[in-house]
Write a protein that binds this ligand. Sequence first.
Ligand code: MRU
Length: 385
Amino acid sequence: MADQYARPSQETESVDGRGGRPALPVIRWDESPEGPVVVLLDQTRLPSEEAELVCAEAPALVQAIRTLAVRGAPLLGIAGAYGVALAAARGFDVDEAADALADARPTAVNLARGARRAQAAYRAALAAGGNRDQANAACLAEARALHEQDAQSSARMALHGLSLLDELLPGDNHRILTHCNTGALVSGGEGTAFAVALAAHRGGRLRRLWVDETRPLLQGARLTAYEAARHGMPYKVLTDNAAGALLAAGEVDAVLIGADRIAADGAVANKVGSYPLAVLARYHHVPFIVVAPVTTVDLDTPDGAAIVVEQRAAREVTEIAVPRTLAGVEAGTVVPLAPVGSEAYNPAFDVTPPELVTAIVTEEGVASPPTVQSLAELCAKAQPV
Ligand code: MRU
């Protein structure tokens, strides 16, 4: 049984450095009386409730990853690294934990990378003659370093992304359409695509953030709208189906999304529904911009066909669980949306071919157009880890 329990969220002391709302306590390492724990903001309960999920063992974290209590490519990498550090600190088999965490979800390359990076730090400390305590400390230090590096990458992506918007779009009244959730909830910092929109908002250049609801798990409506509201951004939620009409009406200046894995040729795997947006954007002559750290670029995956797309349970499409007690219906009650027993097609991601991508923004700069060469150059600039 995974050792996992919930408790109300403790507002973090830290602020966003700009006099705004307190930073979201998305993930942290803590020392409980029973030993170290990884504490997550349980994203399955947002926006109804800000509740913490406390993971005392790596299998609990694996479970949190599978259920999307913690999610989004960069944050999955951070969670994977802390999970390995947790296994080490609790005296469990580090290699076994690293395998389980790396395999918890297949598409976001950051997850396996984060877990393997912490595992490598642990092994290197032992190989250098360190004892278990020293190896545990090295493993945790590596997870913390990854967490901090992601925060820095996020800030740099926001700067590069804002410059690109200024270059591509006339005026300073940007209307941006985004899909899924790419903000502080997926990052050590303020996120990827969302961080660019937030930078535009802070610079007085965001007229509207259009938020795709993102069926079936509603990361846009539940999470991006929650983050946009916290920052006082001008946003509107739309059903995924309405994006075509919105673009046809000339209401979108740019589409900005994140990525779960970017192949060497620039093909982008991201939340299902991203590819149709890319097709629409091309038809309507609107830039389609992907924002992701270089840790999401996988030069070992040659092209989109080689990306493994996670297939999720049919019930995510055919049922919905009431998030909180409403009109006498108990929280957690499952309401069928389709006849009981219906089968469903439920890929978590789709793949956009590079020719539909205007630019890929990373912390190391912009690949525009994305090509094998432009991406390899950006990756080569990144600090070796
Ligand atoms: O299934 P999820 O919620 O983990 O999917 C997340 C996304 O698709 C995000 O858009 C992606 O991770 C980019 S966030 C930097």
